[in-house]
Design a protein around this ligand. Structure first.
Ligand code: DLL
Length: 432
């Protein structure tokens, strides 16, 4: 039996959702036109005014925003409210260049926390739960978002933040955590530590809410089995608020996008053309309720598929697939597109843990491609012959999945650095 945090919204008929979107979009575009000169200029350049936007069908007339716009407009150029009406900033983990800084009014925080509360309730959360939040707190949106959602649901909230695994496990056992929120790679690490310390019998977890990075179905079933929990995916990005832009329900077949707040489109990343439902492409979001930092047609670079198929959970909001990679971090190795998640799938299928690192380099104008894979203590063997055989077998499995050859190196247990946040999966040394 499904539970909802805001049933009248989460199960609203599609016509109602569409009505909210039409009305809110028109209002939002006026708000942005009036208050964000940077975006107004972009609209003018495209020859669009707020009068041209009557509803969702007109969305495609509007210009896109990309990460470079955020860097260019840093820090206040995309702010749509006076600074003294803003109460919070959050920021992305940032790769190159300036960090992305997102602003929130109190109302923005309130709606964002509602989204996170929907995710927690969908994972079975109630006010009787002890919700253990091990996403980082601070500028990263993971900790603050799930913390706020957990309060709204009324769970006893443990604001653990990331790191200090011994302390995490002590609180988890002493206080009887029932829901754990963290990155999937940290969940896998915690699981490993629970077994190592013989704590499995003292763990009361029933659900995990894992997101912020890609993870495979095999990783899900591995964690679910070992901890005896149900593992739910949660998606989001700082620019669009943080975690809770979409979340999984008990059906575990994609994440419901909170469409009363965000309009989703799928585009061809090369041409920008909007693709029909069911086609794979880049996800684009328009925020229709955010006041301080309303992204319009923001290109996420995440590649996925949308589906309006009826969901057994009763929610009516569109579902997105797990991101299958990013249009900008997809690796092109010797001309072949490679997603790290494909490599992870092969490893888990072959009984290896998801502790791996992809190293790409260019030697004599040819790409080198190496996958370092950690063995578990069970499969660890110091017989050179056996290791060579296992490496060979992985090489052929990877070749079958990817269409190109990788060099595989099996390394001893615990030699690849563990992450408390997002795992570093790819080391690309090429200078192209
Ligand atoms: O990672 C927000 C978040 C926190 C989501 C906690 C879920 C849980 P950023 O640091 O801005 O925000 O990174 C956003 O991370 O564009 C995706 O590429 C990736 N990402 C987020 N969630 C998932 C997921 C947070 N469930 C970027 N699966 C996004 C795969 C994800 N990738």
């Amino acid at each position: 039996m499904s539970n909802y945090y805001q049933p009248e919204i989460e199960t609203a008929p599609y016509e109602q959702i569409r009505k909210w979107q039409d009305e809110r979009l028109v209002k939002q575009i006026k708000h942005v036109w009036d208050n964000v000169p940077y975006y107004r200029k972009k609209m003018e350049e495209k020859g669009v005014t707020p009068d041209d936007i009557k509803g969702v069908d007109d969305l495609k007339k509007l210009p896109f925003l990309v990460k470079d716009d955020l860097r260019e407009a840093y820090p206040y150029g995309l702010l749509a409210k006076p600074l003294n009406e803003c109460v919070r900033i959050q920021s992305t983990s940032g790769t190159t260049g300036k960090r992305v800084v997102a602003f929130y009014t109190q109302n923005d925080i309130d709606l964002w926390e509602d989204c996170c509360a929907r995710a927690i309730v969908a994972a079975g959360g109630t006010k009787d739960d002890v919700c253990h939040v091990s996403y980082g707190y601070g500028l990263f949106t993971g900790g603050p978002g799930l913390n706020g959602g957990s309060h709204k649901v009324g769970c006893l909230t443990l604001p653990m933040s990331s790191g200090n695994t011994d302390r995490q496990l002590q609180f988890m056992t002493d206080l009887g955590s029932t829901i754990i929120c963290c990155t999937p790679s940290y969940a896998a690490y915690l699981t490993e530590s629970i077994y190592e310390k013989g704590l499995r019998d003292q763990i009361k977890l029933k659900a995990g809410i894992f997101g912020a990075e890609a993870w495979s179905e095999n990783m899900r079933s591995d964690i679910e089995q070992k901890l005896g929990i149900k593992a739910f995916d949660i998606y989001g990005l700082t620019e669009i608020s943080g975690p809770g832009v979409s979340f999984e329900c008990e059906a575990q077949t994609g994440m419901h996008i909170n469409e009363d707040h965000f309009i989703a489109e799928i585009i061809d990343p090369d041409t920008g053309e909007v693709l029909p439902e069911g086609e794979k492409g880049e996800l684009v979001f328009t925020c229709i309720t955010k006041e301080a930092f309303p992204m319009i047609r923001y290109r996420t670079r995440d590649i996925c598929v949308l589906s309006r198929e009826k969901c057994p959970c009763g929610r009516t909001h569109v579902k997105m697939s797990k991101p299958m990679g990013r249009s900008d971090d997809m690796l092109i190795i010797r001309g072949v597109n490679v997603f790290p998640s494909q490599i992870e799938t092969v490893l888990l299928q072959q009984g290896y843990p998801a502790n791996y690192q992809i190293v790409v380099d260019r030697v004599n104008n040819t790409d080198t491609f190496e996958v370092l894979v950690e063995m578990t203590p069970e499969i660890f063997s110091d017989s050179l012959g056996k290791i060579t055989e296992m490496e060979k077998s992985l090489v052929s499995e990877l070749k079958a999945m990817l269409g190109i050859s990788a060099k595989v190196k099996l390394v001893a247990p615990k030699t690849i650095a563990r992450s408390e946040g997002k795992a570093v999966r790819v080391i690309d040394k090429r200078k192209i």
